[in-house]
Design a protein around this ligand. Structure first.
Ligand code: GTP
Ligand code: MG
Length: 413
């Protein structure tokens, strides 16, 4: 029921005309008695009303406190509480859909199935402790190994899904790197469609790194321009280069730019490839085709095959090749993006860590079953695994875990 009335101070002065609603315990978001006041939206009116309310042993809520109380009242589990924060933060269709599904309980259902299966296995090994005289027969042993394999494979699949889950949550990270003056900032500006980064003919122009969001075919991409990498560099440039190295490692893809108008391009690229091969997710872009002569370009096509790589030709100046480059980026993103309709994707690092923890114990328990070690030890490993799983949904929690999770919420949620 919505009530209409006024907020008055203790001298009976009307502060504002408002509507209010009372949500009784058990029927509110937090599970507790809850009231909401709808006043006129101005900052000053709000402040006046709050000042009046604070006179009655009332304090402002901490970030995420409403959701924390909902969790403590048992209305939602931790995965759902975390999904609330993800839903609010979601920037793309993908991140929105995965947060919504988790809010509706998709992850917790899945985790609860794993939990139930673990408990069955645990009960079996506990029975073995109670009746030590009855040896585990081969049929029974095979059955147990099958059950634990199911758990191991399932948990592994969830952990693997985090690679795409991270992209869903944080966007696809692309870093543009290369030697100084290769045209990195020019490409950055071109993909951004604006002159965001400084471009000059002086090598070593970019010292810091710049990150901007762009959208490519519906994917959220965080694009980073980095400082050119070379040996002889000033102190400022060197710290820029350290950033560049970190960004390259963090990226889902590195665009390595090479200036092919330079005579020494091949030797330079050859030595750079040694480092790039270790990264494993590199797209080589051969820039400045407009000032490279046509014969040379033919030779370069052969030469890069010789180096065992694919390279895309580009001219940031004339924009020749930019379409193919975008096409290639979209293709590789599509390969990395999961189909959300038929798979559960783990998007939270916390969940991934807990799953990895449980996997470790499941594996130990499996070895134990195979080697027929004492059931007490197997039970111990399974209990540890169960504990990790229970921390995902919040059946088991500490105040520290809750503080960490809810501090990421905004006030009022
Ligand atoms: N002709 C030609 N010039 C280009 C092209 N791309 C970039 N340049 C020029 O090359 C110079 C360096 O370009 P930047 O984009 O600043 O290069 P960078 O890799 O960011 O350089 P640093 O930040 O110093 O590492 C500028 O003078 C650009 O105008 C191209 O495709 N063709
Ligand atoms: Mg630059």
């Amino acid at each position: 029921m919505l009530y209409y009335g006024s907020i008055i101070d203790n001298k009976k002065n009307i502060i504002d005309e408002v509507t209010t609603v009372h949500m009784p315990a058990g029927k509110s978001y937090t599970g507790q008695d809850q009231a909401e006041i709808f006043c006129h939206g101005g900052q000053f009116v709000l402040k006046q009303i709050l000042q009046e309310i604070y006179k009655y042993d009332v304090r402002p809520a901490e970030p995420g406190e409403f959701t924390r109380r909902a969790f403590l009242a048992g209305r939602i589990d931790l995965t759902k509480a975390e999904a609330v924060a993800d839903l609010i933060a979601s920037k793309t269709e993908y991140s929105y859909r995965s947060a919504r599904d988790n809010l509706l309980g998709e992850l917790s259902q899945h985790i609860n199935i794993l939990r139930d299966r673990t408990i069955i296995l645990l009960a079996e090994s506990e029975a073995a402790i109670d009746y030590p005289e009855e040896d585990l027969d081969t049929v029974e042993k095979k059955k147990q190994i099958k059950s634990i394999d199911y758990l191991i494979n399932n948990v592994k699949e969830l952990i693997d899904s985090y690679r795409s889950g991270k992209i869903i949550k944080e966007g696809y990270k692309i870093a543009i790197a290369g030697r100084p003056n290769a045209g990195k900032s020019s490409l950055f500006n071109l993909l951004l469609n604006q002159s965001r980064a400084i471009v000059t003919p002086t090598p070593g122009t970019t010292r810091d790194y710049l990150t901007e969001w762009i959208e490519l075919d519906g994917h959220a991409v965080s694009l980073t321009d980095t400082a050119g990498l070379r040996r002889s560099a000033s102190a400022i440039e060197k710290s820029g280069q350290q950033f560049a190295e970190v960004e390259m490692k963090r990226a889902d893809m590195v665009i390595w730019m090479a200036d092919i108008s330079k005579k020494s391009w091949k030797a330079t690229l050859k030595s750079d490839l040694k480092k790039l091969n270790k990264l494993g997710h590199v797209l080589i872009v051969l820039n400045k085709t407009d000032i490279t002569n046509k014969m040379a370009i033919k030779y370069i096509s052969f030469a890069i095959k010789e180096l065992g790589i694919c390279g895309l030709f580009l001219s940031c100046k004339t924009k020749a090749g930019i379409k193919s480059l975008k096409h290639e980026l979209i293709n590789s993103m599509n390969k990395n993006m999961p189909d959300l309709t038929d798979r559960l994707i783990v998007t939270s690092e916390r969940h991934k860590k807990k799953l990895a923890g449980s996997l470790k114990y499941f594996k130990k328990a499996k070895v134990g079953i195979e080697k027929e070690i004492s059931p007490e030890l197997i039970t111990f490993e399974l209990r540890q695994a169960l504990n990790e799983i229970d921390e995902i949904t919040g059946r088991v929690y500490t105040e520290d875990i809750l503080d960490e999770i809810f501090s990421r919420f905004c006030i009022g949620k």
